[in-house]
Design a protein around this ligand. Structure first.
Ligand code: PLP
Length: 348
């Protein structure tokens, strides 16, 4: 059981027609406090109006970036139900991310229950079907005032939400343009497989250099060989080769294990019986053998890549058939229009 909400915002709804991937302040968020010197470590949590939070300037998160986060979506269906997509997968990933940063993990069941409750309490902010979804942002931070670098004892978990539209609104419907970078997004053995705050902080500047030149995002090569695809700023790449194989880089310490990546793999393997390979994929192979390319992510969904630029070489990828087929199945499951053979949907 959760403590009851004290007070409630009455924030205005956004204009559904012009919804983008940006913040709309909603009515209610969730907060739980963790203290490793008590049992259970995490309190039951409370629902409070969406608001600024108070934090010590000496909190470990403020200097050292000891924080992790998640992103998942709830969807309104045409028959009036509300569906969450794979909240258990996000709960598990947040636990892994927290452990990588030496934070006490948040219980999965409490994560899922709280996500469901946050969606219910902000129900009026869920866009009508076809207009977008309600994006949930669970986060865990080390809030202990601490000057030196070391493990922490005090943590918070917050979950807030915002209605969102598509990530690249107004972007080319033909797909995104990616600049291939001869640099890693994270270090081998670093925090790349965790959804850690610090991974994103440094990447903003990198991507912005190329966005200013008309690219939609960057595609990082592996930090060690500067040869193999890893991921973009916020999505996992897939390439369909001339041979008919659908290839995506294997999970390692430089790649975030995307929930959409995993869902795409399952659909491609189990429903479409495709030749799917999780293996090292060099940029050279993409340039020579690539036929179709797309990137997957909760915010990105499945987005077609129409062009990759590596050094002076421009590779156009005009095909978009497989992505459309995969996306139709995935969207069908997420929106309740299609049977869910994988047990991914959690009805709110
Ligand atoms: C770096 C990075 N890679 C991949 C993804 C895709 O993950 P998911 O499909 O779980 O959203 C994300 C988004 O969370 C990301 O930030």
């Amino acid at each position: 059981m959760h403590r009851e909400m004290t007070g409630q915002n009455n924030n205005p709804l956004p204009d559904w027609d012009t919804l983008t991937f940006s913040l709309t302040e909603t009515d209610c968020m969730y907060r739980s406090l963790g203290d490793t010197e008590r049992e259970p470590v995490w309190d039951e949590g409370e629902f409070i109006p969406f608001q600024d939070i108070k934090i010590s300037p000496a909190a470990a998160l403020m200097s050292y970036g000891v924080g992790v986060f998640e992103g998942l979506k709830a969807q309104r269906t045409t028959d009036g139900r509300i569906l969450l997509f794979r909240p258990d997968a996000n709960a598990a990933r947040m636990r892994n991310s927290a452990e990588r940063l030496m934070m006490h993990p948040f219980p999965s069941e409490q994560f899922i229950d709280s996500c469901v409750a946050v969606v219910r309490r902000n129900e009026r902010f869920i866009p009508p079907p076809e207009y977008g979804s309600l994006y949930l942002r669970p986060m865990q931070h080390a809030v202990e005032p601490q000057l030196g670098l070391g493990p922490c004892r005090h943590f918070t978990t917050h979950i807030f939400c915002s209605p969102v539209g598509s990530y690249f609104r107004g972007g080319s419907p033909q797909g995104v343009r990616l600049k291939v970078l001869e640099q890693g997004r994270v270090a081998p053995g670093g925090t790349g497989s965790a959804k850690a705050m610090g991974n994103y902080a440094g990447a903003i500047w990198v991507a912005q250099q190329w966005k200013d030149q008309g690219f939609d995002d960057v595609l990082y090569l592996d930090a060690h060989h500067l040869q193999y695809l890893t991921e973009t700023s916020g999505s996992n790449p897939f390439v369909l080769l001339k041979s008919g194989a659908l290839v995506t880089p294997p999970l390692d310490s430089q790649i975030l294990p995307g929930v959409t990546r995993d869902s795409t793999l399952r659909i491609a393997r189990d429903l479409l019986n495709l030749d799917v390979q999780e293996r090292a994929l060099s940029i050279q192979e993409v340039l020579e053998e690539g036929e179709e390319m797309f990137c997957t992510g909760t915010a990105w969904t499945l987005l077609n890549v129409r062009e990759v630029v590596h050094k002076d070489e421009v590779k156009l990828l005009e095909k978009d058939d497989l992505r459309m087929e995969l996306l139709e199945i995935l969207r069908g499951i997420q929106t309740g229009e299609r049977e869910d053979p994988f047990d991914w949907i959690r009805e709110v």
